[in-house]
Design a protein around this ligand. Sequence first.
Ligand code: THU
Length: 165
Amino acid sequence: MREITITTLIKECREDELNPTDRELAEAAKEATRTAYAPYSQFHVGAAILMENGEICTGSNQENAAYPSGLCAERTAAFHASATHPGMRMRKIAIAAWTAAGKPEGLPYADYFQEMPISPCGGCRQALLEYEARDGEIEVILYGSSKIYIFPSIASLLPFCFTSF
Ligand code: THU
């Protein structure tokens, strides 16, 4: 039997090591956390997508009393991007988050981002993969205040993925 190894090259850096484009995108993702509607989880997630024309489309998680009816930040951003720029390539996505649970009173949200990067759920990976399979790789910038991970593509976060039937 043949064995197959799947490898992914991930870049790790700090915020001040990002290039200006990536830093702007990470900032947009951080800013987007402010628009989250997360009364149930108190987990505020922001996503920012750099489009082929240089525009940035953002999204945040939107929760609902009927829990499964809510949507993650990444899919909100991707659907916002596709609905406002139909057919346009998405080049990069940045994701950031902070939790209001346990946040000391008066501490600004900007000082309270997750230290470790947060990673998109399987459903969001699958939804983003659809656009990547159509238009080309979407780089993924996972923001954490202590470190940032950069993945080369959505497929690298979803090995052996389903793209067509
Ligand atoms: N959430 C996101 O928006 N993106 C992720 O990558 C993980 C989780 C949201 C969904 C829900 O509103 C809250 O975070 C807690 O799971």
